[in-house]
Write a protein that binds this ligand. Structure first.
Ligand SMILES: [Zn+2]
Length: 109
């Protein structure tokens, strides 16, 4: 819905983006990290389980990506919700293997 007032337009976009983000997270099982259980939405990201997220846009600010998930236009079985630290841990696993990743512990309390 377009507004003539740019400030209202901006706040509408932010609100709409937040709604889309919540919908997208809901399709992925809810706003909670699959690894450590973190539920602080500021820290959550959508992770590509098999890697390759850079090609698509991997954080909650990637509008097209989030929109496609929220509206069901994109399948989600290759995606999961992780917090930023666990996303880095996932990267370490893919890049350097379990032996390297197993030396780290991420916990949320
Ligand atoms: Zn986590």
């Amino acid at each position: 819905m377009p507004y003539k007032d740019p400030e209202r337009q901006r706040s509408y976009q932010i609100e709409y983006g937040a709604k889309l983000g919540k919908l997208a997270l809901a399709r992925l099982g809810g706003p909670r990290c699959v690894n450590c259980g973190c539920d602080d939405e500021r820290l959550l990201e959508i992770n590509h389980i098999r890697g390759g997220g850079r090609r698509e846009g991997h954080n909650l600010r990637g509008y097209d990506f989030i929109h496609a998930i929220a509206t069901g236009k994109r399948l989600v079985e290759d995606l999961e919700v992780r917090c930023k630290p666990c996303n880095v841990l996932h990267y370490v696993t893919l890049r350097f293997g379990d032996a390297a990743a197993n030396r780290f512990r991420v916990s949320w309390s």
